[in-house]
Design a protein around this ligand. Sequence first.
Ligand code: ATP
Ligand code: MG
Length: 402
Amino acid sequence: MTEGTNGMGQNASSGKRETRVIEPGKTIGVLGGGQLGRMMALAGAPLGYRFVALDPVADGPCGQVSAQIVAAYSDKEAAAELAARTDVITYEFENVDAEVAALLEERSYVPQGSRLLYTTQHRLREKAALEAAGATVAPYAAVSSEADLDAAVERLGTPCVLKTATGGYDGKGQFVIRDRSEVAAAYAELAASGAELVLEQFIAFQCEISVIAARSSAGETSTFPPAENIHRGGILHASIVPARVPARILAEAEQLAAQIVESFDAVGLLAVEMFYGKDGKLYVNEVAPRPHNSGHYTMEACITSQFEQHVRAICGLPLGSPDLRTPVVMVNVLGEHLDGVNKLILSPESVGTDLVRPKFHLYGKAEGKTGRKMGHINLLCGDTADALAWIDNAGIWPVEGA
Ligand code: ATP
Ligand code: MG
């Protein structure tokens, strides 16, 4: 895909987008039928919206709570049907096929636009846009040969991380290079995918945080409180809110996310992942133009959830209050945790302290494979230390370092 030669690139230069107010009672089309679409539909229903999901798998997480068109994401006839049956279209993943995005923009109303997808689908384009927004990113280099990689490793130093520029999620498509002797192995592994590659310096961080920013089609902007994110095995394990960083960093992170969502001229949600470096600075890792796992805590802990905020933003409604009602820890339920969590739903008092109130969210996925996101629990608490102790006491998640 070359810049500017497809529907998305052309759109990027076509200037101002049209905006509409989509009133309650109208129908929202969602490209994708996973848990993000499901929670969007569950949050949009109280505002009177109906939902139609397009997904190749029937009766998936979203299809269980919405109408569904069962077809491949790249199926243009199905995309045209989605456009015909709905008043506004959004997506729950960023790897939307460029031709399908162009078709949907032509036949329907896609307030997020395809330019945002075009930027965030590719790590090099995304980094350039982040730098243009005034954000600091980890020093990086584009890599198109093993010799390139070797030179970049020498320049950026070790440790560093080689990533595919497109298609990565949950840490897939990455190789951490700890020593220059690993260059050949790293290149061989990632070049096999055929994707473009990017090398990043490994940021020594105190912790990872993220901010979910929203911007409505009317131009209103709002940010949720930053979450502190703990990853295990490359997958998000828990989000802690308030993040345990100095107050000035919380403010700086929200300000930075607001600046990025404005600069990207985004509509809908933009999740901004950041490293809080040991040097005290914030580095932006990546952004996602959709609801994000690290924003699931908002479901009970904020006045407005990220899903409701997304619906409000794309429909041109006033944004809701993002205020935090209570400290919270969100813990992910992967396939290997599902049996334990099902038992816990039946007898929550088995871990119970009345200091922590668990709210369960299961996604209705048929098969609970290891590492697959099956649900999450929002642990409402007075002190996030109690919720972290609750996770350890539950005995479902291996205790770090044990
Ligand atoms: P996800 O889908 O979970 O967001 P992803 O596959 O898009 O993941 P990244 O967010 O780029 O990948 O990286 C996954 C994790 O790897 C990060 O959250 C962080 O823990 C670590 N990581 C990635 N890049 C760097 C870096 N440059 N410096 C330090 N840690 C990094
Ligand atoms: Mg990430």
